[in-house]
Design a protein around this ligand. Structure first.
Ligand code: ADP
Ligand code: ZN
Ligand code: ZN
Length: 713
């Protein structure tokens, strides 16, 4: 029974820790409905948490308006958000605000599900008049079912007239989807993997570890057939927008593009709302998206697939610091469905979970084509004379591959001409005015840019400290490598792919398309290139500078190094001609590089896991970070010391330590590490202690937050 007047509890769509109570006259908005409420001097959109006993002693304001008549999300998705709020210690209202398309957060209504029409079972006993109506009726007769979606308003009017006259009637579209072309005949390992996944009902988490080119995507496509045939929806996540087009193409070839929708942050707000509404009305079966697509309302969700699960982009870096992979697992558990995490280079967390039996391991150890994954040849840079940052051995190999009309790919994870501009006379490296990092020299644009905060300035002609004009670049970025290679190989087409050159996924796709079949050619790229793309004509991969990953203060840097090296190496030799990978380093005898030589990830991952175990780092302990930022360094210190006073008696803390980037965009940054033997202990204590941190007087002068799964420092 709906009560006629009462009280509801709401959270406003902002990271505010408390919930609020409002009075309602009329039907009580159910949990998950939006309401407009008076707040401060204005009004806000809030999410109803449902009816609540009225708190005594205060006079309640009434809500202004109930926006939704039905909850926006289904119960399991609401539960996921509640879990995400507790787990990441982030206010529920902020979680909702992150999970909903912006337009819903502003009070817009979701699109209504379109109607579907078929011929009436008992059409009127007279002839139909009007050519347009006749045409439309013929179209319905031919198609069987006609969807209103995308029809012009005049056609929609026509439809209504036909319906009113009894010629057509509403129907529900068939939901079962079958593939429109057969899949590839699977190789034995694919077959075995698929056999494990197929027919699984309920929560089943899989880790599909398959070397690059082993046919993981083919396994996804065939695994999807079962839920799709049963009329369920499938959610596919990729780490970057740039990876959506190729996955979309493969899904569209297999199942038809009319069943697919995409969702990502590069879409306009209107497009996002439309995709979201299509998800909720069950109108599409296959959803492909990035991190935020995890929160699409899918009433018949039957499977989740998270590709490149190791990718750090699955972790949100500001606001609600969630991991879409970890919450994906939770969503699958709540929805009681299978989930596949796929990667050639799984995260150490997932490998650990597989060891513990929390993930069911599936393996594709060889490529689908006959070419084995290449070995990685280590070249020592010590005492060598480099040209354009390249070792002579690598240059020679490049020349001979190009002479044979092949493609060569260089991986260099540094944009710009040189990572720093240094005064030759006094040694001053020109820093960002707002960050504790040198500015990157972009020679072509004649500018210095900060890659952390976006600050830019004109290229100075003199050293700001001593006035000398002897300024020189230090280190090599992709722009310089390109210049050098153009000079060295003047007749070879060169494509550079980094964020300076490629601004949108569309542009990336176009450029890749162009270069794909030009021979000979050189490709230069940052990590943008290392992810998931196929380059069948590449026979030589040069990995230029990954050494900083070997001695970074970020404990995850070595894991990232191993992943990027294997991923980039995997771009070589996919075609008929096989391939070579050369990695140049000043530390070729480093155990991690030695372990990578075989071209396989597993030996390197073993070393990394052992290291983490010995040093008691995740996944062998639970780690959280309290990060504080302020414009004055002492304030950060004061707050973190006070925080330590609260946390240290119960939890093991280390710090305060300056963040790797000590100052960013004018903010001084430092953190406290918090360690606990396991997550649940960490969590229980944080629930108790974080509110006390919130009450610290020092906290008012800093911006601070907690990250229970820190990925970047
Ligand atoms: P991954 O996702 O593991 O990198 P893909 O699924 O993209 O691998 O497959 C790599 C290449 O191998 C693609 O060109 C794909 O068409 C091909 N391929 C995959 N499975 C098979 C198979 N069973 N038989 C033949 N070719 C296959
Ligand atoms: Zn100087
Ligand atoms: Zn900066």
């Amino acid at each position: 029974m709906e009560s006629e007047t009462g009280c509801i509890e709401v959270v406003i769509l902002d990271p505010v820790p408390q919930s609020f109570h409002y009075g309602v006259h009329g039907p009580i908005p159910a949990k998950g409905c939006r309401v407009r409420v008076p707040f401060g001097n204005g009004q806000r959109i809030a999410i109803s948490l449902g009816p609540s006993p009225c708190p005594g002693g205060i006079s309640l304001k009434d809500i202004h308006q109930q926006i939704d008549t039905e909850p926006l999300l289904n119960p399991s998705l609401m539960e996921l958000l509640e879990f995400g709020s507790r787990y990441y210690h982030y206010p529920l209202g902020g979680v909702w605000a992150t999970a909903l398309p912006t337009r819903l957060g502003r009070g817009d209504l979701p699109g209504q599900a379109p109607c579907f029409w078929q011929l009436a079972s008992q059409p009127p006993d007279k002839s139909l008049r009007g050519n347009r109506r006749k045409e439309l009726l013929a179209q319905i007769q031919e198609q069987g079912i006609l969807s209103e979606e995308g029809l012009s308003s005049s056609k929609l009017r026509c439809l209504r007239q036909l319906a009113d006259a009894g010629w057509i009637e509403k129907t529900t579209p068939p939901r079962a989807i079958t593939r429109c072309c057969p899949g590839l005949p699977l190789h034995r390992q694919q077959e075995e993997a698929l056999a494990q996944i197929r027919g699984k009902q309920g929560f089943h988490p899989f880790l599909l570890e398959g070397v690059t080119g082993s046919g993981k995507t083919e396994v996804y496509l065939q695994a999807m057939e079962t839920p799709l045939a049963a009329g369920q929806q499938v959610l596919l996540l990729v780490p970057e927008i740039g990876l959506i087009p190729q996955l979309y193409r493969r899904c569209a070839e297999r199942f038809g593009s009319q069943h697919i929708a995409i969702y990502h942050s590069g879409q306009s707000e209107g497009e996002r709302l439309r995709s979201w509404s299509r998800a909720r009305s069950g109108l599409r079966a296959i959803f492909i998206g990035t991190r935020s697509a995890l929160f699409l309302p899918l009433p018949r969700l039957g499977m989740i697939i998270i590709d490149e699960e190791h990718d750090p982009s699955y972790k949100q870096q500001s606001g609600w610091l969630y991991s879409a992979r970890d919450l994906g697992l939770r969503r699958a558990q709540l929805e009681k469905i299978p989930i596949i995490l796929g990667s050639a280079t799984p995260s150490l967390e997932s490998l650990h979970n597989r060891k513990l039996g929390r993930l069911h391991g599936l393996r594709l150890s060889h490529r689908a084509t006959s070419h084995p994954t290449p070995r990685i040849e280590l070249i020592s840079l010590r005492k060598k004379r480099l040209q354009g940052g390249l070792d002579p051995v690598l240059l020679e190999a490049t020349a001979s591959e190009l002479a044979a009309d092949h493609q060569v790919l260089f991986f260099l994870n540094r944009r710009g001409f040189a990572p720093a501009l240094l005064c030759h006379d006094c040694g001053h490296a020109i820093p960002c005015t707002r960050c504790s990092a040198p500015l990157t020299w972009h020679r072509q644009k004649e500018r210095l840019r900060c890659h952390h905060c976006g600050y830019e300035q004109r290229l100075p002609s003199q050293c700001p400290v001593c006035g000398s004009s002897a300024l020189m670049g230090v280190g090599v970025g992709t722009e310089q490598l390109e210049c050098f290679l153009r000079e060295r190989f003047p007749h070879i087409p060169i494509l550079r792919i980094d964020r300076d050159q490629v601004r949108s996924p569309r542009q990336l796709a176009d450029q890749l398309e162009q270069i794909l079949c030009i021979r000979p050619a050189i490709l230069i790229g940052t990590q943008m290139l290392g992810k998931g793309h196929h380059f069948p004509e590449v026979t030589l991969v040069g990995i230029i500078n990954v050494d900083q990953g070997l001695y970074s203060a970020d404990f995850r840097a070595s894991e990232r190094l191993a992943q990027v090296v294997i991923q980039v190496a995997g771009r070589a030799g996919r075609g008929e001609r096989g391939g070579r990978v050369l990695l140049q380093s000043h530390l070729p005898e480093h155990p991690l590089l030695q372990a990578l030589q075989g071209g396989e990830y597993a030996p390197a991952a073993e070393i990394l896991l052992r290291e983490r175990e010995l040093t008691n780092l995740p996944p062998y302990c639970a780690l959280a970070l309290v990060l504080a930022e302020a414009h004055r360094a002492e304030r950060v210190q004061d707050f973190l010391h006070a925080a330590q006073g609260i946390l240290a008696p119960v939890l093991h803390t280390v710090g305060p330590i300056p963040a790797l980037l000590e100052r960013r965009a004018g903010w001084h940054r430092a953190y406290l590490w918090i360690e606990a033997p396991d997550r649940s202990r960490l969590h229980t204590q944080l629930v108790r202690l974080l509110p006390k941190l919130g009450q610290l007087p020092q906290g008012r002068r800093v911006r601070w937050f907690v990250d229970v799964d820190p990925q970047n420092f």
